[in-house]
Design a protein around this ligand. Structure first.
Ligand code: HEC
Ligand code: HEC
Length: 332
């Protein structure tokens, strides 16, 4: 349909609907809604568990070690450092707005946040604990026993409750009210002319085919290296590892571009150190387009308007270990 035909089409629609359409010209990106309140006691428990380093074998690695909420929910490393300073295989995505993802992980192997949260605790290359040890640790501490009981109304702590509480906390980690969202809601002064020009380029050159919706991504799996292949020493093959289908080789979850200014370095291998580099690679490999330095800078300027209000976190005070609590083993 050509643009010229839209007014004619509007005339045929019921009045209320055409008024609504005229008032909200469809943008491919929508504002992020504020976090839903959730169950406050469960969220508070989940926050403790998120910051709890004693859920790791070493006693020093928590979710926040690799998804640092002071740094956009990432570690800002190419690939993460796990137990025994082991080099991780892949870049840590942000936990911010992760509740909007169609699935979790670069290859989408966890269906939701709760399914994801059990993974790192038992992963030998991450926290190197086990679900049994996690429950034993938490059950040895009266403060945790009381808090789990208050939230889940039963005596025995289970790993299911642990992951449920962590997921409830993660659901609060949304970043509304970015300058771009203010612009979307009608404040035309919220972004500069250059940033707006960057948004137009982002739309017109086709980035929005994959990076769209409230999270500007997170809602599909797409091939990395459409026009020309992406060369990397990283062994990750993406979605095919989950589906077993050759057609899914090198399909990765499209990352959210919300807060992308904070979540460097970029790509699943962390090889793009800067946004300038990431935008250049995306233009060439996904769209067959070489942006000039000026165009690239405008897109980067637009991407920086996607930084939203970061969650306000008061560090939780964790209940102390008791005589019965298993001790950490950082060096063996
Ligand atoms: C040692 C570093 C490390 C620790 C500790 C860690 N993570 Fe991660 N996290 C990662 C990496 C790396 C990935 C990506 C793995 C992949 O996609 O295969 C990831 C992925 C995720 C994702 C998926 C995000 C997305 O967009 O797909 C979530 C959510 C998450 N982690 C939450 C947690 C929680 C909750 C904890 C604590 C229980 C935790 N992580 C502990 C490194 C870590
Ligand atoms: C065909 C789908 C598609 C198109 C079009 C596309 N991207 Fe991407 N984008 C992806 C995928 C998939 C990834 C993840 C690649 C990887 O690391 O495996 C990604 C990653 C990124 C990243 C890195 C984010 C991070 O956290 O690592 C940035 C920045 C980005 N894209 C910007 C853009 C821009 C700007 C454009 C337009 C010039 C664009 N993309 C076009 C699919 C696409």
């Amino acid at each position: 349909m050509t643009l010229k035909r839209i007014p004619a089409l509007l005339a045929t629609l019921p009045l209320a609907l055409s008024a609504a359409l005229a008032a909200t010209p469809a943008e491919p990106i929508q504002p992020i809604p504020a976090a839903k309140p959730g169950n406050p006691a469960m969220v508070e428990l989940g926050k403790k568990l998120y910051f709890e380093p004693r859920l790791s074998k070493s006693g020093v690695i928590s979710c926040n070690s690799c998804h640092n909420l002071s740094m956009g929910g990432t570690d800002n490393l190419k690939t993460s450092i796990g137990d025994h300073w082991k080099q991780g295989p892949i870049n840590a995505p942000t936990v911010l707005n992760s509740s909007m993802n169609l699935a979790q992980f670069w290859d989408g192997r966890a269906k939701d946040l709760q399914a994801q949260a059990g993974g790192p605790i038992a992963n030998p290359g991450e926290m190197a604990f086990s679900h049994g040890l996690a429950v034993e640790f938490l059950s040895s501490i009266p403060g945790y026993r009381a808090e789990f009981k208050k939230v889940f109304k039963q005596d025995a702590i289970t790993i299911d409750e642990v992951t449920k509480a962590i997921a409830a906390f993660e659901e609060t980690l949304v970043t509304p009210n970015a300058r771009f969202d203010q612009w979307l809601k009608g404040d035309k002064k919220a972004i500069t002319a250059d940033e707006l020009a960057g948004y137009k380029l982002f739309k017109d050159s086709g980035c929005v085919a994959c990076h769209n919706g409230p999270a500007v991504g997170g809602n599909s799996f797409q091939k990395f290296g459409i026009v020309s292949p992406y060369k990397t020493a990283n062994g990750a093959e993406g979605r095919s590892g989950v589906t077993g289908k050759d057609a899914d080789r090198f399909n990765f979850k499209v990352p959210t571009l919300r807060n992308v200014e904070l979540t460097y370095p970029y790509f699943h291998d962390g090889e793009a150190a800067t946004l300038t580099q990431a935008v250049d690679t995306m233009g060439r490999l996904q769209l067959g387009r070489q942006f000039s330095d000026v165009e690239n800078a405008k897109i980067v300027a637009f991407l920086k308007t996607l930084t939203g209000e970061q969650p306000h976190i008061t560090l939780p005070i964790l209940p102390p270990s008791t005589d019965a609590t298993p001790r950490p083993h950082p060096f063996d």
